[in-house]
Design a protein around this ligand. Structure first.
Ligand SMILES: [Zn+2]
Length: 549
């Protein structure tokens, strides 16, 4: 039964007039009234009795039914709205409870079925056909019986096992619809039933937040060609969506530890757990979804990122860390120099070195900064420093301003730039804390200094430029700029080439300032234009500063 049908049209109209005192006017098939969601003078909100929907043609308000309308009106959620309207006597709340009970029963039936299937897969490991997968777990994965059981690992032995066992025989505890609903069995074009997972695969059960098995993943044992994925996941259905799941979540939720490790794959969790590190979650990929973030928020634990130490893993670490920091979820990154994934590290290193590794952590902000710093190879290409700063400023604008000072300090120690040189680049991003008068003044002053340098640089390149600036005699903002310009004056006045134009005019050189050696050729008719632009830019910078001083 749909919620929409709990109230008939007359009840809805009655509710609108008696509870909200709305004046209803019939216009064609719809009923119009003054919209309660904007200040309305002509009735522009409509109720359409056929579809039982609400629309305001002025402010765009929409409601899919009376409960949604009520929820928006009262600023409560849909569930609360249903209960409120039920309590007013418009329908019997017991109907809803019946509905909920029926849903719960159906859910329990499906969960019961899935737990049976998990048992079947687990039992398969002990059969002759299951031997290959068991050997794989024991010999290649070094897993003992306890670990295999702890994670409920199993295998598929043929591709009609579930359909034969469960569908072909009548069972009172579940129906064939339940089995089909889970996608574990499907019907072929020839009207044959077939199991979703192929035979001879390792089967890993996936549990929901309460620890109930809701789905499975399968892994082919042996050679895997490049074009096939390692894992095959059950397609989503009503009670399962892969992107909304974190592997081992129900165990970690019960764990008392204040922190938990976030890894990429099943075997990272399983291997760490074998070493008694049980507070481990797997993303089952490299992306952190919105639903997964909600799960992590619910844990209220510090998240320790321990993704694979390869290019994809490092990039994922940065992306996941950014998402966590945005939500103010406390996190750290394991400082990992070993190659491979946590599972391989667990199998290759001693327990002691793994303990040391797990406790050497890096601040996530530093990790992100270093990632971009090395990605752009800034150390070998100092000219990329500005690009680097812009890139990280862009990332960090999502975060709270109270960390900018820390970040700028870190950038300063990475690049060797002074903090005051870095700050203006952050201001460009309009970061809230830099949008203050104080920082705008610093930015304005930096801007002016830069434009002045450009003018002096032009003057050192050609005497003509100097002559052109002479008319306006710019007053430079710093003592050194004024000194340089004065030196230029002396240089050009006293020069033997004073009166003649020469392309080969020697570049002036004086204390603290080395003239530009640019060999750019400036066409004579362009020179005044170039100087005017440079002077105009300086004027604009001064104007900018005036706005804040
Ligand atoms: Zn409206």
């Amino acid at each position: 039964m749909r919620h929409k049908d709990l109230l008939n049209t007359n009840d809805i109209l009655n509710l609108l007039t008696s509870k909200l005192n709305l004046n209803l006017k019939q216009k064609g098939r719809s009923v119009f009234f003054l919209c309660p969601f904007h200040s309305d003078k002509n009735p522009s909100c409509s109720f359409e009795p056929n579809r039982k929907i609400f629309t305001c043609f002025t402010c765009g308000f929409k409601a899919s039914d009376i409960f949604n309308f009520w929820a928006q009106y009262q600023k409560i959620d849909q569930e609360e709205a249903i209960v409120e309207i039920g309590k007013m006597g418009y329908f019997d709340l017991a109907i809803l409870q019946e509905e909920k009970k029926r849903e719960q029963k159906e859910k329990n039936q499906i969960f019961y079925l899935l737990s049976l299937i998990a048992d079947i897969y687990q039992h398969n490991l002990l059969t002759l056909v299951g031997q290959e997968v068991l050997n794989y777990l024991r010999q290649e994965r070094h897993l003992d019986k306890t670990t295999i059981n702890r994670f409920g690992l199993g295998c598929s032995i043929n591709n009609r096992q579930l359909s034969r066992l469960l569908l072909d025989q009548k069972n009172a505890d579940f129906s064939s619809e339940d089995l089909l609903a889970t996608n574990l069995v499907w019907i072929t074009d020839q009207n044959q039933t077939c199991d979703f997972f192929p035979a001879h695969h390792l089967i890993i059960p996936l549990a929901n937040t309460e620890g109930k098995v809701v789905a499975f993943a399968a892994r082919k044992v042996g050679e895997i060609s490049a074009d096939e994925g390692k894992y095959k996941y059950l397609p989503s259905y009503q009670y399962y969506q892969k992107s909304a799941l974190l592997y081992n979540y129900s165990i970690v939720k019960k764990n008392r530890a204040e922190e938990c490790y976030l890894v990429e794959g099943f075997f990272d969790v399983i291997s760490l757990s074998k070493l008694e590190i049980k507070n481990c979650l797997a993303l089952l990929g490299t992306n952190l979804s919105e639903e997964q973030i909600k799960l992590l928020l619910g844990l209220k634990k510090r998240i320790i990122l321990f993704l694979d130490n390869d290019k994809a893993g490092q990039e994922a670490t940065v992306n996941v860390a950014i998402k966590l920091l945005e939500r103010e979820i406390d996190c750290e990154v394991v400082k990992n120099d070993y190659p491979g994934d946590p599972d391989e590290i667990c199998r290759q290193q001693s327990q002691e070195s793994i303990q040391i590794l797990l406790h050497s952590r890096e601040n996530p902000y530093s990790f992100i900064l270093k990632y971009y710093f090395f990605k752009l190879a800034v150390r070998d290409n100092p000219q990329r420093t500005v690009r680097f700063i812009n890139q990280v400023a862009n990332v960090f604008q999502k975060f709270k301003p109270n960390i900018y000072d820390f970040l700028i300090g870190k950038i300063s120690s990475l690049t060797g730039w002074k903090k005051t040189e870095i700050e203006p680049h952050f201001i460009k991003w309009n970061l809230p804390s830099f949008n203050t008068r104080h920082y705008q003044i610093i930015y304005g002053q930096e801007l002016i200094v830069g434009k002045e340098k450009k003018i002096i640089s032009l003057c050192t390149q050609e005497r003509d430029f100097w002559l052109l600036t002479q008319e306006k005699i710019p007053f430079f903002s710093t003592q050194s700029h004024r000194a340089w310009y004065y030196d230029l004056y002396n240089y050009y006045i006293s020069s033997p080439f004073h009166d003649s134009y020469s392309k080969n005019y020697p570049v002036p050189e004086f204390s603290g300032y080395r003239g530009s050696n640019s060999t750019a050729f400036f066409p004579p008719d362009q020179k005044s234009k170039i100087v005017n632009i440079a002077l105009q830019e300086l004027d604009n910078a001064k104007q900018f500063l005036l706005n804040y001083e």
